[in-house]
Design a protein around this ligand. Structure first.
Ligand code: MN
Length: 613
């Protein structure tokens, strides 16, 4: 007689099958039914065996619990059982032994038939097979299923289903692919187990490495947790084959922030498998003309996303906003995103309005930790990009310096980032690149110019072409600016305000070239720079206005443009006022018929704030 305490009996988990049953072990079963040669016993919903009548020890009725020992598992899968009557024992659960191959290991299995389990991340119908893009905890690969040319295979399988696929691993056009023999949609607990396994592993895999920033910065240190959070959300989107739409302000700073993240994401997409051109259809970058996410922008993004979802079986995208996204002006678009449950993350340095945060999954903004716009979006974006994929550091480490001079940062980080870039670019080089970006973006309009911008930022390392391109673009930009200035400067009107500030007004509608470079905002900025040099000891405010807008630049005046805009909107009913931007650099829109009132109100407000050099 053996010691009762030592006896273990096993309970089969709901997903176990024949392969998990072991001869000689005792299981807890349930009586399923009777035949004249014995009793059928279920070990779980999928596995049953027979206790021959010679091996039945006690009386039972249907659904009784019964202990059975496995005597033999036959070739045909039949299981011979023997009833066991152990009075005391301990129970151990048998979990399904997953023999599925991880997608990350498929490269070593070419030519062999494998079983994989994962989530359907995309379903593309080609003129030949149906291509299912499958994601598991280790990677992304395609599975091709064929019934008939152009006909959808396994029409019951839908996006985000958990499936088990058996098929042969092949190389097609230098890409791994599984040729599907069978595809089963897992349901219930079985699907949950796989889903949890993938989710837990993804959660861990998406966690960014802990790397130091390129430069010393108290503000960045304080922002680190939120930056890591945003980096993790982006990494997770990549690993689960969720498309990413990156929207950014269409200026040098915005471009630097966005291209840094673009480099990190596209290289991560390529590293994690899937289609050879996945970095093109899973990642889209688009500039926004305004420094916020306009209705026009989200409408376009949603339109494409919904079509891609319907047509190519793509997941709905993650929206990443850089150098915009943190102000009240973004609200209408964020509300639209919410209706379609699009997750949105923001990396911005505009003065934030708290109200946006309820719509965001993550929001990196120096104002949240006592910093200001001097920590530019290009600095933030580059550091977040390094968290997303540290291997791209060498190609983006000069971006923050370009962003810093482009956005006229006066933060101490500016000099540190210029130092980082100085092995390749001087401060003047950085200014030239920033100007070239602004100039080229003007001609690109709503296009991202993905490859062209790489040459301007010298990502490709083709230094000769980069240099020629910068020289040409800077020459073109400067000629256009000179031309604009010689037309505009004689028409600038000066006025000394009560607070001692010099106010300059320019009607850019009638005293500047239209529809060419530099556009009104940049024109006003250039005018302002010249006036600041002419009046080095005075606070200076420059307003460039058109029929229904005004652009503001200031130095030495304690302006808060977003607040002024909000106040004017209340004080001038029928002004149709909106706008915003940074505290001291921004723009305001209004209706044409109210221009005089709005400008008068604006100037009054400016004359009331503190000014001094
Ligand atoms: Mn910026």
């Amino acid at each position: 007689m053996q010691n009762d305490e030592d006896v273990t009996v096993y309970r089969m988990g709901p997903t176990c099958d024949l392969g998990d049953v072991e001869e000689g072990k005792t299981y807890i079963g349930r009586v399923q039914g009777f035949a004249n040669f014995g009793t059928f016993v279920q070990l779980n919903d999928r596995v049953k065996g027979l206790v021959h009548k010679s091996n039945v020890r006690t009386n039972h009725k249907e659904k009784d619990t019964i202990l059975v020992k496995v005597l033999n598992i036959r070739q045909n899968g039949n299981i011979d059982l023997e009833e066991s009557t152990i009075p005391v024992y301990t129970v151990e659960m048998v979990e399904k032994k997953s023999t599925a191959v991880r997608l990350g290991e498929l490269g070593t299995k070419v030519g062999r038939t494998v079983r994989i389990e994962g989530e359907i991340a995309q379903i593309k119908q080609t003129s030949g097979p149906t291509i299912f893009t499958i994601v598991d905890e280790s990677g992304t690969e395609n599975a091709a299923a064929f019934v008939e040319a152009g006909v959808r295979a396994y029409p019951e399988a839908e996006l985000e289903d958990i499936v088990r696929i058996v098929g042969e691993v092949m190389m097609r056009n230098n890409q791994l692919q599984i040729e599907v023999d069978s595809l089963v949609i897992l349901a219930g607990e079985e699907a949950e187990i796989v889903r949890d396994r993938i989710e837990n592993a993804l959660e861990e895999r998406a966690e960014p490495g802990d790397i130091p920033f390129l430069v010393e910065s108290d503000v960045l240190e304080k922002l680190k947790p939120e930056m890591r959070k945003v980096a993790k959300i982006i990494r997770k989107a990549v690993f689960s084959a969720q498309p990413i739409i990156l929207r950014h302000h269409a200026d040098a700073d915005g471009i630097c922030s966005a291209v840094a993240i673009e480099q990190a994401v596209t290289s991560l997409i390529r590293e994690s498998g899937g289609d050879y051109d996945a970095d093109y259809f899973l990642f889209k970058r688009a500039p926004s003309k305004a420094p916020f996410y306009e209705i026009e922008d989200i409408t376009r993004d949603l339109d494409y996303a919904l079509k891609d979802h319907a047509r190519y079986g793509q997941k709905m995208p993650l929206i990443v906003l850089t150098d915009n996204g943190s102000t009240e002006e973004d609200l209408p678009s964020l509300k639209m995103a919410e209706i379609y449950e699009l997750p949105v993350v923001v990396v911005d340095h505009h003065h934030p309005d708290e109200i946006v945060d309820q719509y965001l999954k993550g929001h990196v903004n120096p104002y949240h930790v006592g910093g200001d716009f001097g920590i530019t979006a290009g600095m933030l974006g580059t550091e977040v990009a390094r968290m997303i994929n540290p291997s791209i550091e060498a190609v983006i480490r000069h971006f923050p310096a370009i962003a810093a001079v482009g956005d006229r940062s006066e933060a101490p980080e500016r000099g540190r980032y210029l130092q980082i870039a100085s092995d390749r670019f001087t401060e003047d080089d950085c200014k030239d690149i920033a100007l070239a970006l602004d100039y080229e973006q003007f001609w690109l309009r709503f296009n991202d110019g993905r490859e062209l911008v790489k040459d301007i930022l010298d990502i490709k390392g083709n230094n000769d072409r980069h240099r020629k391109l910068i020289t040409l673009l800077v020459e073109g930009a400067n000629l256009a600016i000179e031309d604009q200035m010689s037309a505009s400067m004689p028409h600038v009107r000066r006025q000394t305000l009560g607070n001692g500030a010099e106010l300059f007004l320019l009607d850019v509608e009638i005293h500047a070239h239209k529809f060419t470079f530099p556009p009104p905002g940049k024109t006003s900025g250039e005018v302002h720079d010249r006036l600041c040099r002419q009046y080095p000891d005075s606070p200076v405010v420059t307003i460039g206005f058109g029929p229904d807008f005004a652009v503001l630049r200031s130095r030495g005046v304690m302006m808060n443009i977003p607040r002024m805009v909000r106040e004017l909107r209340e004080e001038i009913p029928g002004g149709g006022i909106s706008g915003g931007g940074h505290l001291v650099v921004g723009s305001i829109k209004f209706v044409e018929g109210m221009r005089e009132e709005v400008l008068k109100g604006l100037i009054e407000k400016i004359s009331l704030v503190g000014a001094g050099m």
